[in-house]
Design a protein around this ligand. Structure first.
Ligand code: AR6
Length: 175
């Protein structure tokens, strides 16, 4: 594995000073509530402008895929927008789709030669993915990716908004 550090923080991802922050978007790329709304509010209109250009080119973003835009007024230089799966009970390929969100975001960051990236707890809000199951997928997928790929990334941060997620990640990152 490269010497990439995995960190854990609790708080608002729009304040985090990594090269990129990841947005838990929807396929329209036109914004929404939750972390998506917070990122567009804090980052300003330049982000939506680029999302619209991407929509015009490729018609939105399928579940599990990711696209990259400017960070606008955010401390982060880029926002990587990925679309998590809606939880339907686990039989609709949700774990693989959620893993794809993390993999494709890490791939984009690596292609851009970024050194740091911060993830929110994708799909665990409006999309209803059970937090413990989502944390397991997130941590395992990031660890596997770092083991299997050459990457420019020196730091990956999990940013938990709520204390339950923080506790789950703490437990999972213990060793
Ligand atoms: N910083 C970090 N995490 C946050 C923040 C924040 N400022 N705000 C919320 N969270 P959600 P989803 C956490 O609902 O489940 C949107 O409308 C939140 O506590 O934002 O992937 C999109 O447009 C939760 O743990 O995203 C889509 O339509 C996590 O972020 C849909 O919601 C994800 O919750 C996506 O649903």
């Amino acid at each position: 594995m490269a010497d990439t550090k995995i960190d854990l923080q609790q708080g608002d991802i729009t304040k985090v000073e990594t090269d990129a922050i990841v947005n838990a978007a929807n396929s329209s790329l036109l914004g929404g509530g939750g972390v998506d709304g917070a990122i567009h509010r804090a980052g300003g209109p330049a982000i939506l402008e680029e999302c619209k250009q991407i929509r015009a080119r490729q018609g939105g973003c399928p579940t599990g895929e990711a696209v990259i835009t400017t960070g606008g007024n955010l401390p982060a230089r880029y926002v990587i927008h990925t679309v998590g799966p809606i939880w339907h009970g686990g039989s609709k390929d949700e774990p693989a789709l959620l893993a794809n969100c993390y993999k494709n975001s890490l791939r984009l960051a690596t292609e851009k030669q970024l050194q740091s990236i911060a993830f929110p707890n994708i799909s665990t809000g409006v999309y209803g993915y059970p937090k413990d199951k989502a944390a397991q997928v997130a941590v395992q997928t990031v660890k596997d990716y770092l083991q299997q790929h050459d990457t420019s990334l020196q730091r990956v941060v999990f940013v938990c908004f709520d204390s339950e997620n923080k506790r789950l990640y703490e437990e999972m990152l213990k060793d």
